[in-house]
Design a protein around this ligand. Structure first.
Ligand code: NAD
Length: 503
């Protein structure tokens, strides 16, 4: 059973979070901001490379001048430490900005394309053009990074955008709404604060692209709303990211990687390892190694560590506490490490559950057969370890769930790693570490199936928010297309048959 404590500072974190709310934005203001962003695009304001550079530099200047204020806001909303804030909120955005500034000229250059012989003489180019006005809807778990990283791609591609920060992190929302108009063109990149009502009102509007990061339930609402305008979407969703461990010789190193990746931001990371699959004999050695890793990172009592974050809101804490309470050793796992919950401080200790070995790993996971912690995305500092017979069973187990955003492998066998890569589907795979693919701007980041639609980062963001327009130029003289027009003589008929590969 979890031990539940209640600390009571003057005004508990829970009470403060319950009192916080973002200001509402009136429908007329929302409409005016969307119209403004559209008008800015229509007059060509965002198209020139000089403008794009200036906006990217403005964003960089904002982060440089106000990182302390943003750090305080993120600490107020998520209890995130200063170093973790720099690593997970600032660094990913500045590296995207730097990459965009370095590569902008190259990305924007039209590319030559080949022309087949029958259409020659002609020249073909691919000319990237901005899409128009993009709606960026962001979640609370990395409230700075996940609003600003897509924005970098939007600016680089020459679009304008309406920015909707998450209402679940109201302090960060307020700071960004105040600062962004001071550093960016306020008409081209307006911020709309608010909750579901404001997001719903925004989704009524016609945009040229919607990029949404958040849970799959709302992802469906976003896609349905966008479909009414035939607007394309990028959906950056979540899910349950599995880990396979069989590298018995390196369990200490594996545990350190896992503990950091799982418990950073108190487990509220879309690409955090959700659960570990391993063989029964490695379960207890891995639990012991995780115990040592957690102590090395956050001390014997992580609630006292300045580096361990808090749960964003009481309703999320209650959900997580439910998983721990259900883990009573009777089918919903048992608590092997941690399990402490402090409701007033919104603290959940780094917790490891050991689950029962599933009877048939490849079977669909229903409410009757599977506890909630193994059906839902955990999104908190709880790590279930699921014993399975071996890699074959683990591959079947991964295949029985939604396609995950990421899959992590800690295996001593090249064949096993290859088997996972070839026979499972996921947004990405990392061997020997977790999370680091997200910080690699040369790789596209996104999901597949239930974990999302479309990828971004670096050049992939530029392409995501551009239309690559084919432009074909052919001289009128000589008129080589005459062959394709009637009247069709026997000679033309024979030529066409040859061209079509019909002999
Ligand atoms: P959230 O509650 O902050 O919601 C995100 C946005 O959706 C907010 O701006 C909110 O206003 C809007 N919204 C919420 N309900 C709505 C409704 N009914 N109609 C219209 N708009 C609505 O964030 P969240 O969904 O709790 O975020 C956590 C989820 O995001 C997790 O599933 C996580 O895995 C996923 N995530 C994915 C990525 C990624 O890059 N793939 C990154 C971070 C988080």
């Amino acid at each position: 059973m979890p031990s539940t404590t209640t600390s009571s500072p003057a005004l508990s974190r829970r009470a403060r979070r319950e009192a916080d709310a973002v200001p509402a934005t009136a429908p007329a203001t929302i409409r005016a901001r969307v119209d403004g962003a559209r008008a800015a695009f229509a007059r060509g304001a965002s198209r020139s490379l000089v403008f794009r550079r200036a906006q990217l530099q403005g964003l960089r200047a904002l982060l440089r001048a106000h990182h302390a204020e943003l750090e305080e806001a993120v600490a107020a909303d998520l209890g995130k430490s200063a170093t973790e804030f720099r690593l997970t909120e600032i660094f990913p955005v500045t590296s995207e900005i730097d990459e965009a500034l370095r590569q902008l000229e190259r990305w924007s250059r039209p590319r030559r394309a080949g022309v087949p012989l029958p259409l020659q003489p002609a020249r073909a180019r691919l000319v990237p053009e901005p899409l128009g006005t993009v709606l960026v809807i962001s979640p609370w778990n990395y409230p700075v990074q996940l609003l600003l990283a897509p924005l970098v791609g939007v600016i680089a591609a020459g679009d304008t955008a309406v920015l909707k920060p998450s209402e679940v992190t109201p302090t960060v929302s307020g700071v960004l709404a105040r600062l962004l108009p001071r550093y960016l063109d306020a008409q081209a990149y307006p911020v709309v604060e608010g909750g579901v009502e404001e997001t719903t009102a925004l989704l009524e509007e016609r945009f040229d692209h919607v990029v949404y990061t958040g849970n799959g339930g709302v992802g469906r609402i976003v896609m349905a709303a966008a479909a009414r305008h035939l607007t394309p979407v990028t959906l950056e969703l979540g899910g349950k990211c599995p880990v396979w461990v069989d590298d018995a010789a390196h369990l200490e190193q594996v545990a350190r990687q896992l503990a950091w990746a799982k418990f950073v931001n108190a487990g509220q990371t879309c690409v955090a390892p959700d659960h570990v699959l391993t063989t029964p004999e490695l379960v207890e050695p891995l639990v012991a190694a995780l115990r040592r890793a957690i102590a090395a990172l956050w001390g014997q009592d992580p609630s006292r560590s300045p580096d361990f974050g808090r749960i964003v809101a009481p309703r999320h804490l209650d959900r997580l506490a439910g998983y721990i309470e259900a883990a009573d050793g009777k089918g919903a796992g048992r608590v092997a490490l941690g399990g402490t919950v402090d409701r007033e401080d919104l603290y959940v200790a780094p917790t490891v559950l050991v689950m029962d070995e599933p009877d048939s790993p490849g079977a669909a996971r229903t409410e009757e057969s599977t506890p909630a912690v193994m059906r839902e995305e955990i999104f908190g500092p709880i790590l279930p370890i699921v014993p399975v017979g071996g890699p074959e069973e683990a591959i079947a187990f991964v295949g029985a769930g939604e396609k995950p955003l990421a899959l992590y492998l800690f295996t001593a066998s090249r064949q096993v790693a290859d088997a996972f890569v070839e026979r499972t589907s996921s947004g990405g795979v990392v061997e020997g570490a977790c999370l680091i693919h997200v910080a690699t701007p040369t790789l596209p980041f996104g999901g597949v199936g239930g974990s999302g639609i479309g990828a971004y980062h670096g050049r992939f963001s530029y392409e995501r928010f551009s239309h690559e327009k084919p432009v074909l130029r052919k001289p009128l003289v000589p008129d080589t297309l005459a062959l394709m027009r009637p009247p069709f003589s026997q000679l033309r008929g024979t030529l066409m048959r040859r061209l079509s590969g019909l002999r």
